[in-house]
Design a protein around this ligand. Structure first.
Ligand SMILES: Cc1cc2nc3c(=O)[nH]c(=O)nc-3n(C[C@H](O)[C@H](O)[C@H](O)COP(=O)(O)O)c2cc1C
Length: 262
């Protein structure tokens, strides 16, 4: 399995799918910058479960650059997963499939799961929940069984999404604020996926590196971090009222016939 997961939701989904494979699965967690340095070469008949969060309806841009430079499929099979915060995944799954097929993988299955929104615990609270993780586990089990029982796939993988892809995110630098309660414990800087937080002074953040993944905000043991920028606060109030009451469900795609109730 190969995943990026700033606030753990993608990781939980990918681990549950991998559990369905029974065998020991190798884990490549590319969340930290030090784990995105080396190239990764897979080989024919490998099955790679790939997971990314959805940012603005797309694969996060820095990840698509990393995948295009450092990942080599060599005809390995790919299970492509996106995790989104209950709004929509737009074209992210299609984009992820295109990136990996372009890198020499054979897409055999895909899925869109829901994770608690990075910006607030009020949207998709606690997800993925037991029901999501059970669906993920059974999906993994099903792929594992079917991949071993046939030697040629009946069709090419198709997933939901449109061309041209949704316009991606424009990263206006926004400050993550740190208040006086900060105890400089180092947890935020240790886990920052972009290496944007100074390890000696945890209040100091490079806003040009920050991608607003909210890892630091969600992990802070004393709740010292937040985005206090007014337009963001206003956006969040509307956003919560729109997306906290509906419940999206996982969607699965595969070259095999599969249904959630199987
Ligand atoms: C910058 C940014 C953009 C996001 N854009 C979307 C989006 O377009 N649609 C959506 O439903 N959720 C969106 N989210 C929410 C995340 O996709 C979601 O919370 C996901 O579960 C985070 O994965 P992680 O816990 O593995 O980091 C966004 C989050 C961030 C930080």
């Amino acid at each position: 399995m190969l995943y990026f997961s700033a606030t753990y939701t993608t990781k939980k989904v990918i681990k549950s799918i991998a559990k369905g494979f029974y065998d020991d699965v190798k884990e490549y967690d590319i969340t930290l910058p030090k784990n995105r340095i080396n190239s990764l070469n897979f080989k024919e008949n490998d099955v790679v479960i790939i997971g990314v969060p959805v940012y603005a309806g797309r694969v996060p841009e820095f990840l698509s650059e990393y995948f295009s430079e450092k990942i080599h499929g060599n005809n390995a099979y790919a299970v492509l997963i996106v995790v989104y915060g209950n709004r929509a995944y737009d074209d992210a799954l299609l984009e992820l499939k295109d990136i990996f097929e372009g890198r020499g993988f054979i897409g055999i299955a895909g899925g869109a799961f829901i994770g608690e929104h990075s910006y607030t615990e009020k949207i998709a609270t606690g997800r993925p929940d037991d029901s999501d993780l059970n669906i993920a586990y059974k999906f993994g089990m099903d792929i594992n069984e079917k991949i071993n029982s046939i030697d040629r796939f009946p069709q090419k993988l198709t997933v939901k999404g449109n061309y041209p892809y949704r316009k991606g995110m424009v990263y206006e630098p926004v400050m993550i604020d740190t208040d006086e309660s900060c105890i400089n414990c180092g947890i935020c800087s240790m886990h920052c996926p972009m290496g944007a937080i100074d390890k000696y002074d945890n209040k100091s953040i490079d806003i040009f590196k920050c991608i607003r993944c909210c890892s630091c905000i969600k992990r802070c043991p004393v709740n010292a971090k937040d985005i206090n920028y007014d337009p963001h606060k206003k956006f969040l109030i509307e956003f919560i009222s729109k997306y906290s009451t509906v419940r999206q469900e996982p969607e699965l795609f595969s070259v095999f016939t599969y249904s959630i109730s199987d």
